[in-house]
Write a protein that binds this ligand. Structure first.
Ligand code: PXP
Length: 254
C-alpha cells in the first residue's frame, strides 16, 4: 500500500536572498508559515558551519514560531549536536558538509563515517529526535545506515536530477532500487536535492517513498508565481504521480 507522501519545504534560500543584503527581508519564518498554509507537511533548513543560509536566530524562530514538524539538516559535529539537543527539532537529517561546496554535493559516507556518525545518531535518538542520514542511493550506504540504527534515510537525488536521457533513467533505477532496499530493511525512505516540477513525478510515484524535501527550485519559482502557488503546484504534481497519473518524460518506474 502506498504511504502518504509528505512534502518538506527547505527555506534556506529565502535566507540566502535576505543575506545578500543583510537585514530582515525576506524572512524565512514567514516563508515557512506560508509553506505550511500552502500544504507543506514540514519545514527543513540547513544550519551550516559558516551560517551562509539560516542563522542561529532563524533556527530559534523556526522552532518556536512555526507550528509544523521541523527537520534540521546538519553536519555530525559536536557544535551541531549541542544545538540540536538544545533546540529539540522534530527531526535531524545528518548531511556531509564541505565549506567550499556551493550546495550539499553528495551523500554522507555512512560506511567509512561510522565511528563519527554512531555517537551522534545515538545521542539524537536518545533525545527523541528522529534521525535520517542523507546518502547516495546505494545498497551499501543503506545497509550502513540501518546498522547505525537510523530509522530513516534521505536519498540524494542530485545525480538523477542533473542527468539527461538514458543516464537519468539509470539514476532513477538506482533510486527505485534503493527505496526497495530501505523497505526491506524497515527504513523510512525520504529523497531530495534538485527536484523540480519536471523531474519529481517518478520519485513521488515510488509507493514506499515517505517524504520529499524541496527548496531551491520552489524558492526560485516563487519569484515568478509566488511561494504559495509554487508549493501548491509541486504538491499537485506529487499527488498526481502518487495517484498513478502521468510521470513525466522519463515514463513509469516499472
Ligand atoms: N535534502 C537535503 C538533505 C539537502 O541538503 C537539500 C539542500 O541541498 C535538500 C533536500 C533540498 O535540495 P534543493 O534545494 O535542491 O531542493
Amino acid at each position: 500500500m502506498a504511504l502518504y507522501l509528505r512534502l518538506g519545504i527547505n527555506v534556506d534560500h529565502v535566507a540566502t536572498v535576505r543575506n545578500a543584503r543583510g537585514g530582515f527581508h525576506p524572512d524565512p519564518v514567514r516563508a515557512a508559515n506560508l509553506a505550511i498554509a500552502a500544504g507543506a507537511d514540514g519545514i527543513t533548513a540547513h544550519l551550516r558551519e559558516d551560517r551562509r543560509h539560516i542563522t542561529d536566530a532563524d533556527l530559534d524562530r523556526l522552532l518556536h514560531e512555526v507550528k509544523a514538524p521541523f527537520n534540521l539538516e546538519m553536519a555530525a559535529t559536536d557544535e551541531m549536536l549541542q544545538i540540536a539537543l538544545a533546540g529539540r527539532p522534530h527531526a535531524v537529517c545528518l548531511v556531509p558538509e564541505r565549506r567550499e561546496e556551493r550546495t550539499t554535493e553528495g551523500g554522507l559516507d555512512a560506511v567509512t563515517g561510522r565511528s563519527t556518525l554512531q555517537p551522534v545518531v545515538h545521542a539524537l535518538t536518545e533525545a527523541g529526535i528522529r534521525v535520517s542520514l542523507f546518502i547516495e542511493p546505494a545498497a551499501e550506504q543503506i545497509e550502513a545506515a540501518a546498522a547505525l540504527g537510523a530509522p530513516a534515510v534521505e536519498l540524494h537525488t542530485g545525480a538523477y536530477c542533473h542527468a539527461a536521457g538514458a543516464d537519468a533513467g539509470r539514476e532513477l533505477a538506482r533510486i527505485v532500487a534503493a527505496a526497495q532496499r530501505c523497505d526491506s530493511l524497515g527504513l523510512e525512505c525520504h529523497a531530495g536535492h534538485g527536484l523540480t516540477y519536471d523531474n519529481v513525478a517518478p520519485v513521488a510515484a515510488i509507493p514506499t517513498m515517505a517524504e520529499l524535501n524541496i527548496g531551491h527550485f520552489l524558492v526560485g519559482e516563487a519569484v515568478f508565481v509566488g511561494l504559495d502557488a509554487s508549493i501548491r503546484h509541486m504538491r499537485a504534481v506529487m499527488d498526481g504521480a502518487r495517484a498513478g497519473g502521468p510521470v513525466g518524460v522519463l515514463g513509469g518506474i516499472g
